[in-house]
Design a protein around this ligand. Structure first.
Ligand code: 2HG
Ligand code: ZN
Length: 465
Protein backbone atom coordinates (compact mmCIF):
# COMPACT_ATOMS: atom_id res chain seq x y z
CA UNK A 1 0.00 0.00 0.00
CA UNK A 2 2.05 2.94 -1.21
CA UNK A 3 -0.86 4.62 -2.97
CA UNK A 4 -0.58 8.32 -2.00
CA UNK A 5 -4.36 8.78 -2.25
CA UNK A 6 -5.00 6.01 0.29
CA UNK A 7 -2.29 7.37 2.52
CA UNK A 8 -3.79 10.86 2.36
CA UNK A 9 -7.16 9.42 3.35
CA UNK A 10 -5.54 7.55 6.27
CA UNK A 11 -4.01 10.81 7.48
CA UNK A 12 -7.45 12.39 7.79
CA UNK A 13 -8.50 9.69 10.27
CA UNK A 14 -5.95 10.51 12.97
CA UNK A 15 -4.35 13.62 14.43
CA UNK A 16 -1.82 15.56 12.37
CA UNK A 17 1.61 13.92 12.30
CA UNK A 18 0.25 10.57 13.45
CA UNK A 19 1.02 8.70 10.22
CA UNK A 20 4.71 8.08 9.65
CA UNK A 21 6.39 6.81 6.51
CA UNK A 22 10.04 7.76 7.02
CA UNK A 23 12.57 4.92 6.72
CA UNK A 24 13.64 4.96 10.38
CA UNK A 25 10.05 4.68 11.67
CA UNK A 26 9.22 1.91 9.19
CA UNK A 27 12.29 -0.01 10.37
CA UNK A 28 11.56 0.55 14.08
CA UNK A 29 7.81 -0.06 14.13
CA UNK A 30 7.84 -2.78 11.49
CA UNK A 31 9.41 -5.40 13.71
CA UNK A 32 9.53 -7.10 17.10
CA UNK A 33 12.49 -8.81 18.81
CA UNK A 34 12.78 -11.57 16.20
CA UNK A 35 15.37 -11.16 13.49
CA UNK A 36 14.11 -13.58 10.87
CA UNK A 37 11.98 -11.29 8.72
CA UNK A 38 13.13 -7.91 7.41
CA UNK A 39 10.50 -5.27 8.22
CA UNK A 40 8.76 -3.67 5.21
CA UNK A 41 5.61 -1.82 6.33
CA UNK A 42 4.20 0.94 4.15
CA UNK A 43 3.13 3.26 6.99
CA UNK A 44 2.80 3.49 10.74
CA UNK A 45 -0.39 4.97 12.18
CA UNK A 46 -0.88 6.09 15.78
CA UNK A 47 -4.55 6.28 16.82
CA UNK A 48 -5.44 8.12 20.01
CA UNK A 49 -8.98 6.88 20.55
CA UNK A 50 -11.26 3.91 19.99
CA UNK A 51 -13.11 5.91 17.32
CA UNK A 52 -9.88 6.44 15.42
CA UNK A 53 -9.06 2.69 15.60
CA UNK A 54 -12.53 1.94 14.20
CA UNK A 55 -12.04 4.46 11.41
CA UNK A 56 -8.66 2.88 10.52
CA UNK A 57 -10.17 -0.63 10.39
CA UNK A 58 -13.09 0.57 8.27
CA UNK A 59 -10.67 2.33 5.93
CA UNK A 60 -8.58 -0.88 5.69
CA UNK A 61 -11.69 -2.90 4.84
CA UNK A 62 -12.74 -0.43 2.15
CA UNK A 63 -9.35 -0.58 0.46
CA UNK A 64 -8.31 -4.15 1.42
CA UNK A 65 -5.21 -2.97 3.26
CA UNK A 66 -3.58 -5.37 5.73
CA UNK A 67 -3.06 -4.09 9.30
CA UNK A 68 -0.48 -5.25 11.84
CA UNK A 69 -0.97 -4.43 15.54
CA UNK A 70 2.07 -3.13 17.36
CA UNK A 71 2.63 -2.83 21.11
CA UNK A 72 5.98 -2.86 22.90
CA UNK A 73 7.47 -4.93 20.05
CA UNK A 74 9.09 -7.38 22.46
CA UNK A 75 7.47 -10.45 20.88
CA UNK A 76 9.55 -13.48 19.96
CA UNK A 77 7.46 -15.05 17.19
CA UNK A 78 7.24 -12.24 14.60
CA UNK A 79 3.51 -11.79 15.25
CA UNK A 80 4.03 -8.01 15.21
CA UNK A 81 6.35 -7.91 12.21
CA UNK A 82 5.08 -6.16 9.08
CA UNK A 83 7.12 -7.77 6.31
CA UNK A 84 4.74 -7.29 3.36
CA UNK A 85 3.77 -3.65 2.97
CA UNK A 86 1.14 -3.65 5.74
CA UNK A 87 0.10 -0.62 7.75
CA UNK A 88 1.27 -0.92 11.35
CA UNK A 89 -1.18 0.29 14.00
CA UNK A 90 0.82 1.37 17.03
CA UNK A 91 -0.83 1.91 20.41
CA UNK A 92 1.93 4.11 21.81
CA UNK A 93 -0.48 7.05 22.19
CA UNK A 94 -3.25 5.01 23.82
CA UNK A 95 -1.23 4.46 26.96
CA UNK A 96 -3.32 5.75 29.86
CA UNK A 97 -4.80 4.06 32.89
CA UNK A 98 -8.41 5.22 32.72
CA UNK A 99 -9.99 4.00 35.93
CA UNK A 100 -9.46 1.99 39.10
CA UNK A 101 -12.09 0.24 41.16
CA UNK A 102 -10.82 -0.63 44.65
CA UNK A 103 -13.86 -2.75 45.42
CA UNK A 104 -13.53 -4.98 42.35
CA UNK A 105 -9.74 -4.57 42.33
CA UNK A 106 -9.83 -3.77 38.63
CA UNK A 107 -7.94 -1.29 36.46
CA UNK A 108 -9.17 -0.05 33.11
CA UNK A 109 -6.21 0.23 30.74
CA UNK A 110 -5.73 1.53 27.25
CA UNK A 111 -3.86 -1.09 25.17
CA UNK A 112 -0.58 0.85 25.14
CA UNK A 113 -0.17 0.82 28.93
CA UNK A 114 3.26 -0.67 29.67
CA UNK A 115 3.22 -3.77 31.87
CA UNK A 116 5.56 -2.14 34.42
CA UNK A 117 3.26 0.91 34.50
CA UNK A 118 0.35 -1.33 35.52
CA UNK A 119 2.56 -3.14 38.06
CA UNK A 120 3.62 0.21 39.59
CA UNK A 121 0.03 1.47 39.62
CA UNK A 122 -1.08 -1.70 41.42
CA UNK A 123 1.68 -1.24 43.98
CA UNK A 124 0.56 2.33 44.66
CA UNK A 125 -2.85 0.89 45.57
CA UNK A 126 -1.22 -1.70 47.87
CA UNK A 127 -2.09 -4.38 45.31
CA UNK A 128 -0.27 -6.52 42.75
CA UNK A 129 -0.40 -7.22 39.02
CA UNK A 130 1.18 -10.67 38.92
CA UNK A 131 2.00 -11.29 35.26
CA UNK A 132 5.72 -10.58 35.06
CA UNK A 133 8.62 -11.23 32.69
CA UNK A 134 11.94 -9.72 31.70
CA UNK A 135 10.44 -7.41 29.05
CA UNK A 136 7.81 -5.89 31.38
CA UNK A 137 9.55 -2.51 31.09
CA UNK A 138 8.54 -2.19 27.42
CA UNK A 139 5.79 -4.71 26.66
CA UNK A 140 2.26 -3.32 26.46
CA UNK A 141 -0.97 -4.70 27.90
CA UNK A 142 -2.58 -4.97 24.45
CA UNK A 143 0.36 -7.09 23.26
CA UNK A 144 0.27 -9.17 26.43
CA UNK A 145 -3.38 -9.92 25.75
CA UNK A 146 -2.74 -10.62 22.07
CA UNK A 147 -0.11 -13.20 23.00
CA UNK A 148 -1.64 -14.32 26.32
CA UNK A 149 1.74 -13.53 27.88
CA UNK A 150 3.04 -15.87 30.58
CA UNK A 151 6.40 -15.33 32.25
CA UNK A 152 7.93 -16.16 35.59
CA UNK A 153 4.93 -16.32 37.96
CA UNK A 154 2.63 -18.59 35.98
CA UNK A 155 3.01 -21.49 38.41
CA UNK A 156 1.07 -19.46 40.99
CA UNK A 157 -0.93 -16.87 39.05
CA UNK A 158 -1.47 -18.34 35.59
CA UNK A 159 -1.21 -16.51 32.26
CA UNK A 160 -2.50 -13.05 31.24
CA UNK A 161 -5.83 -14.70 30.41
CA UNK A 162 -6.56 -15.13 34.14
CA UNK A 163 -6.31 -11.39 34.78
CA UNK A 164 -8.51 -10.00 32.03
CA UNK A 165 -11.90 -9.08 33.51
CA UNK A 166 -13.26 -7.50 30.36
CA UNK A 167 -12.25 -6.26 26.92
CA UNK A 168 -13.30 -3.73 24.37
CA UNK A 169 -12.27 -4.85 20.90
CA UNK A 170 -12.63 -3.52 17.39
CA UNK A 171 -13.19 -6.56 15.21
CA UNK A 172 -11.62 -7.01 11.79
CA UNK A 173 -15.04 -6.00 10.43
CA UNK A 174 -14.72 -2.67 12.23
CA UNK A 175 -17.32 -3.26 14.93
CA UNK A 176 -16.78 -2.29 18.56
CA UNK A 177 -17.61 -5.09 21.02
CA UNK A 178 -17.64 -4.95 24.80
CA UNK A 179 -16.78 -8.41 26.05
CA UNK A 180 -17.74 -9.79 29.48
CA UNK A 181 -18.43 -6.36 31.05
CA UNK A 182 -15.81 -7.01 33.76
CA UNK A 183 -18.04 -9.60 35.45
CA UNK A 184 -16.77 -12.45 37.59
CA UNK A 185 -19.84 -14.54 36.85
CA UNK A 186 -21.39 -14.40 33.41
CA UNK A 187 -22.98 -17.59 32.08
CA UNK A 188 -24.42 -16.20 28.85
CA UNK A 189 -22.90 -18.41 26.21
CA UNK A 190 -19.60 -18.14 24.34
CA UNK A 191 -16.93 -16.09 26.13
CA UNK A 192 -15.65 -14.09 23.17
CA UNK A 193 -13.21 -12.28 25.48
CA UNK A 194 -11.17 -15.48 25.71
CA UNK A 195 -11.14 -15.84 21.93
CA UNK A 196 -9.40 -12.48 21.53
CA UNK A 197 -6.81 -13.35 24.20
CA UNK A 198 -3.91 -15.05 22.45
CA UNK A 199 -5.36 -14.34 18.98
CA UNK A 200 -2.23 -12.35 18.02
CA UNK A 201 -4.34 -9.58 16.52
CA UNK A 202 -5.76 -11.84 13.84
CA UNK A 203 -9.40 -11.22 14.84
CA UNK A 204 -9.31 -7.53 15.71
CA UNK A 205 -7.69 -4.95 17.97
CA UNK A 206 -7.92 -4.83 21.75
CA UNK A 207 -8.76 -1.17 22.39
CA UNK A 208 -9.42 -1.25 26.15
CA UNK A 209 -8.85 -3.88 28.83
CA UNK A 210 -10.05 -4.17 32.39
CA UNK A 211 -7.34 -5.99 34.29
CA UNK A 212 -7.72 -7.62 37.72
CA UNK A 213 -5.26 -7.08 40.53
CA UNK A 214 -4.39 -9.36 43.43
CA UNK A 215 -3.27 -8.83 47.02
CA UNK A 216 0.39 -7.90 47.27
CA UNK A 217 2.66 -10.86 48.10
CA UNK A 218 4.41 -10.79 51.47
CA UNK A 219 8.16 -11.13 52.01
CA UNK A 220 8.99 -12.85 48.72
CA UNK A 221 12.03 -15.04 49.22
CA UNK A 222 14.04 -16.86 46.56
CA UNK A 223 16.30 -19.89 46.66
CA UNK A 224 18.78 -20.90 43.99
CA UNK A 225 19.68 -24.59 44.17
CA UNK A 226 22.41 -26.32 42.16
CA UNK A 227 21.58 -29.86 40.98
CA UNK A 228 23.89 -32.63 39.76
CA UNK A 229 21.77 -33.36 36.67
CA UNK A 230 18.51 -32.40 35.05
CA UNK A 231 16.62 -35.37 36.48
CA UNK A 232 17.11 -34.07 40.01
CA UNK A 233 15.17 -30.87 39.33
CA UNK A 234 11.73 -32.46 39.20
CA UNK A 235 11.92 -34.23 42.60
CA UNK A 236 13.06 -30.89 44.05
CA UNK A 237 9.96 -29.25 42.53
CA UNK A 238 7.76 -32.02 43.88
CA UNK A 239 9.26 -31.79 47.38
CA UNK A 240 8.87 -28.00 47.62
CA UNK A 241 5.40 -27.95 46.08
CA UNK A 242 4.26 -30.52 48.60
CA UNK A 243 4.81 -28.04 51.44
CA UNK A 244 4.99 -24.49 50.06
CA UNK A 245 2.85 -22.39 47.72
CA UNK A 246 5.57 -21.53 45.23
CA UNK A 247 5.32 -18.24 43.34
CA UNK A 248 7.99 -19.36 40.83
CA UNK A 249 10.00 -22.43 39.89
CA UNK A 250 12.49 -21.73 37.12
CA UNK A 251 15.62 -23.43 35.86
CA UNK A 252 18.75 -22.66 33.84
CA UNK A 253 21.84 -24.59 32.80
CA UNK A 254 25.52 -24.00 33.65
CA UNK A 255 26.01 -22.51 30.16
CA UNK A 256 23.29 -19.97 30.89
CA UNK A 257 24.88 -19.09 34.23
CA UNK A 258 28.28 -18.68 32.56
CA UNK A 259 26.82 -16.15 30.13
CA UNK A 260 25.25 -14.19 32.99
CA UNK A 261 28.44 -14.18 35.05
CA UNK A 262 30.33 -13.11 31.90
CA UNK A 263 28.43 -9.80 32.03
CA UNK A 264 30.33 -8.89 35.19
CA UNK A 265 27.40 -7.18 36.92
CA UNK A 266 25.64 -10.14 38.56
CA UNK A 267 27.15 -12.03 41.51
CA UNK A 268 27.43 -15.84 41.41
CA UNK A 269 24.87 -17.50 43.72
CA UNK A 270 27.55 -19.72 45.34
CA UNK A 271 30.91 -21.26 44.45
CA UNK A 272 29.97 -24.86 43.69
CA UNK A 273 29.64 -25.37 39.95
CA UNK A 274 26.61 -27.44 38.98
CA UNK A 275 25.21 -28.54 35.59
CA UNK A 276 21.74 -27.14 36.37
CA UNK A 277 20.19 -24.62 38.72
CA UNK A 278 16.64 -24.22 40.00
CA UNK A 279 15.32 -20.85 41.15
CA UNK A 280 12.29 -21.06 43.36
CA UNK A 281 10.35 -18.38 45.17
CA UNK A 282 7.74 -18.32 47.91
CA UNK A 283 6.20 -15.94 50.42
CA UNK A 284 8.07 -16.30 53.71
CA UNK A 285 5.09 -15.04 55.66
CA UNK A 286 6.30 -16.48 58.98
CA UNK A 287 9.50 -17.85 60.41
CA UNK A 288 7.91 -21.28 60.23
CA UNK A 289 7.62 -21.03 56.43
CA UNK A 290 11.27 -20.02 56.12
CA UNK A 291 12.25 -22.94 58.38
CA UNK A 292 10.15 -25.32 56.27
CA UNK A 293 12.03 -24.12 53.19
CA UNK A 294 15.39 -24.73 54.85
CA UNK A 295 14.30 -28.20 56.01
CA UNK A 296 13.22 -28.98 52.44
CA UNK A 297 16.58 -27.79 51.17
CA UNK A 298 18.38 -30.12 53.61
CA UNK A 299 16.13 -33.00 52.59
CA UNK A 300 17.01 -32.39 48.92
CA UNK A 301 20.73 -32.34 49.76
CA UNK A 302 20.40 -35.62 51.70
CA UNK A 303 18.62 -37.21 48.73
CA UNK A 304 21.47 -36.15 46.43
CA UNK A 305 19.18 -33.90 44.36
CA UNK A 306 20.91 -30.69 45.40
CA UNK A 307 24.64 -29.96 45.65
CA UNK A 308 24.54 -26.41 46.99
CA UNK A 309 22.07 -23.59 47.52
CA UNK A 310 21.36 -20.12 48.78
CA UNK A 311 18.30 -18.35 50.17
CA UNK A 312 17.76 -14.60 49.84
CA UNK A 313 17.92 -12.67 53.11
CA UNK A 314 17.07 -9.23 51.75
CA UNK A 315 15.27 -7.56 48.87
CA UNK A 316 18.64 -6.83 47.28
CA UNK A 317 19.62 -10.52 47.40
CA UNK A 318 16.21 -11.47 46.04
CA UNK A 319 16.73 -9.10 43.11
CA UNK A 320 20.26 -10.42 42.48
CA UNK A 321 19.11 -14.04 42.42
CA UNK A 322 16.36 -13.17 39.95
CA UNK A 323 18.90 -11.48 37.67
CA UNK A 324 20.48 -14.92 37.11
CA UNK A 325 17.31 -15.98 35.36
CA UNK A 326 15.73 -12.75 34.14
CA UNK A 327 18.80 -11.42 32.33
CA UNK A 328 19.27 -14.61 30.30
CA UNK A 329 17.23 -13.82 27.22
CA UNK A 330 18.70 -10.35 26.78
CA UNK A 331 22.26 -11.53 27.55
CA UNK A 332 22.31 -14.33 24.99
CA UNK A 333 20.62 -12.16 22.34
CA UNK A 334 24.15 -11.07 21.36
CA UNK A 335 24.66 -14.56 19.92
CA UNK A 336 21.56 -14.27 17.65
CA UNK A 337 19.98 -17.39 19.15
CA UNK A 338 17.63 -19.76 17.38
CA UNK A 339 14.74 -20.11 19.81
CA UNK A 340 12.32 -22.84 20.68
CA UNK A 341 9.64 -22.38 23.33
CA UNK A 342 8.14 -25.80 23.93
CA UNK A 343 6.00 -27.36 26.66
CA UNK A 344 4.61 -30.64 27.93
CA UNK A 345 2.73 -31.55 31.09
CA UNK A 346 5.02 -31.35 34.12
CA UNK A 347 5.16 -35.12 34.72
CA UNK A 348 6.51 -35.69 31.20
CA UNK A 349 9.30 -33.12 31.43
CA UNK A 350 12.26 -35.42 32.29
CA UNK A 351 11.64 -37.95 29.50
CA UNK A 352 10.82 -35.18 27.04
CA UNK A 353 13.95 -33.21 27.82
CA UNK A 354 16.09 -36.35 27.47
CA UNK A 355 14.65 -36.95 23.99
CA UNK A 356 15.09 -33.33 22.91
CA UNK A 357 18.56 -33.20 24.36
CA UNK A 358 19.64 -36.24 22.36
CA UNK A 359 18.29 -34.67 19.14
CA UNK A 360 20.11 -31.45 19.93
CA UNK A 361 23.43 -33.13 20.67
CA UNK A 362 23.17 -35.31 17.56
CA UNK A 363 22.29 -32.50 15.15
CA UNK A 364 24.00 -29.52 16.71
CA UNK A 365 27.27 -31.04 17.98
CA UNK A 366 29.20 -27.82 17.33
CA UNK A 367 26.60 -25.31 18.47
CA UNK A 368 26.39 -23.94 21.97
CA UNK A 369 23.01 -24.81 23.48
CA UNK A 370 21.55 -22.89 26.42
CA UNK A 371 18.61 -24.36 28.32
CA UNK A 372 16.38 -22.40 30.65
CA UNK A 373 12.72 -21.91 31.32
CA UNK A 374 9.66 -22.15 33.46
CA UNK A 375 10.18 -25.73 34.42
CA UNK A 376 7.43 -25.64 37.07
CA UNK A 377 4.99 -25.05 34.17
CA UNK A 378 6.55 -27.70 31.91
CA UNK A 379 7.89 -24.91 29.64
CA UNK A 380 11.42 -25.17 28.25
CA UNK A 381 13.26 -22.45 26.36
CA UNK A 382 15.80 -24.05 24.06
CA UNK A 383 18.26 -21.52 22.68
CA UNK A 384 20.91 -22.47 20.12
CA UNK A 385 23.66 -19.83 19.85
CA UNK A 386 25.09 -18.77 16.50
CA UNK A 387 28.83 -19.33 16.11
CA UNK A 388 30.59 -16.02 15.42
CA UNK A 389 31.96 -17.15 12.09
CA UNK A 390 28.66 -18.34 10.60
CA UNK A 391 26.22 -16.09 8.71
CA UNK A 392 22.77 -15.56 10.19
CA UNK A 393 21.06 -17.12 7.17
CA UNK A 394 23.18 -20.26 7.18
CA UNK A 395 22.76 -20.62 10.93
CA UNK A 396 18.95 -20.30 10.85
CA UNK A 397 18.75 -22.67 7.87
CA UNK A 398 20.80 -25.31 9.72
CA UNK A 399 18.68 -24.94 12.84
CA UNK A 400 15.44 -25.15 10.89
CA UNK A 401 16.46 -28.57 9.51
CA UNK A 402 16.12 -30.00 13.01
CA UNK A 403 12.68 -28.50 13.65
CA UNK A 404 11.04 -31.62 12.23
CA UNK A 405 12.69 -33.87 14.82
CA UNK A 406 12.08 -31.45 17.68
CA UNK A 407 8.41 -30.91 16.79
CA UNK A 408 7.77 -34.61 16.15
CA UNK A 409 8.98 -35.19 19.68
CA UNK A 410 6.70 -32.40 20.95
CA UNK A 411 3.82 -34.11 19.14
CA UNK A 412 4.75 -37.52 20.55
CA UNK A 413 4.51 -36.09 24.07
CA UNK A 414 1.27 -34.23 23.28
CA UNK A 415 3.01 -30.95 23.93
CA UNK A 416 2.97 -27.46 22.46
CA UNK A 417 5.30 -26.04 19.81
CA UNK A 418 4.83 -22.63 21.41
CA UNK A 419 4.22 -22.51 25.13
CA UNK A 420 4.11 -18.75 25.61
CA UNK A 421 5.79 -16.85 22.75
CA UNK A 422 2.98 -17.38 20.27
CA UNK A 423 2.91 -18.64 16.69
CA UNK A 424 3.29 -15.47 14.63
CA UNK A 425 5.34 -16.19 11.53
CA UNK A 426 8.17 -18.15 13.13
CA UNK A 427 6.05 -21.16 14.12
CA UNK A 428 3.11 -20.99 11.70
CA UNK A 429 4.45 -23.75 9.45
CA UNK A 430 4.57 -26.11 12.42
CA UNK A 431 1.11 -25.48 13.87
CA UNK A 432 -0.09 -28.92 12.79
CA UNK A 433 2.29 -30.54 15.28
CA UNK A 434 0.16 -29.07 18.10
CA UNK A 435 -3.30 -28.63 16.57
CA UNK A 436 -5.34 -31.15 14.56
CA UNK A 437 -6.37 -30.28 11.02
CA UNK A 438 -10.02 -30.13 12.13
CA UNK A 439 -9.06 -27.69 14.87
CA UNK A 440 -7.10 -25.52 12.46
CA UNK A 441 -10.06 -25.48 10.06
CA UNK A 442 -12.33 -24.26 12.89
CA UNK A 443 -9.75 -21.63 13.85
CA UNK A 444 -9.67 -20.32 10.28
CA UNK A 445 -13.45 -20.29 10.18
CA UNK A 446 -13.51 -18.24 13.40
CA UNK A 447 -11.07 -15.77 11.87
CA UNK A 448 -13.28 -15.40 8.81
CA UNK A 449 -16.25 -14.48 11.03
CA UNK A 450 -14.44 -11.63 12.79
CA UNK A 451 -12.22 -10.60 9.87
CA UNK A 452 -14.19 -11.31 6.65
CA UNK A 453 -11.75 -9.43 4.40
CA UNK A 454 -8.63 -10.98 5.95
CA UNK A 455 -7.07 -7.62 6.80
CA UNK A 456 -6.13 -8.39 10.40
CA UNK A 457 -2.51 -9.45 10.73
CA UNK A 458 -2.59 -11.84 7.74
CA UNK A 459 0.06 -14.55 7.60
CA UNK A 460 0.23 -14.81 11.39
CA UNK A 461 -0.71 -18.08 13.16
CA UNK A 462 -1.63 -19.57 9.74
CA UNK A 463 0.58 -19.53 6.66
CA UNK A 464 -0.94 -17.43 3.84
CA UNK A 465 -3.26 -19.52 1.68
C1 2HG B 1 12.03 -15.86 29.24
O1 2HG B 1 11.46 -16.75 29.86
C2 2HG B 1 11.39 -15.34 28.00
O2 2HG B 1 13.09 -15.35 29.63
C3 2HG B 1 12.36 -15.36 26.81
O3 2HG B 1 10.24 -16.05 27.69
C4 2HG B 1 12.78 -16.75 26.48
O4 2HG B 1 14.64 -15.92 25.28
C5 2HG B 1 13.89 -16.87 25.44
O5 2HG B 1 14.03 -17.92 24.83
ZN1 ZN C 1 9.74 -17.48 29.11
Amino acid sequence: MTDPVLLAELMTLVEPGKVLTDAASLETYGKDWTRHFPPAPSAIVFPKSIEQVQAIVQWANRHKVALVPSGGRTGLSAAAVAANGEVVVSFDYMNRILDFNAFDRTVVCQPGVITAQLQAFAEEQGLYYPVDFASSGSSQIGGNIGTNAGGIKVIRYGMTRNWVAGLKVVTGAGELLELNKDLIKNATGYDLRQLFIGAEGTLGFVVEATMRLDRAPKNLTAMVLGTPDFDSIMPVLHAFQGKLDLTAFEFFSDKGLAKILGRGDVPAPFETECPFYALLEFEATTEEVANDALALFEHCVEQGWVLDGVMSQSEQQLRNLWKLREYLSETISHWTPYKNDISVTVAKVPAFLRDIDSIVSTYYPDFEVVWYGHIGDGNLHLNILKPNDMSKDEFFARCAVVNKQVFETVEKYNGSISAEHGVGMTKRDYLAYSRSSAEIAYMKAVKAVFDPNGIMNPGKIFAPE
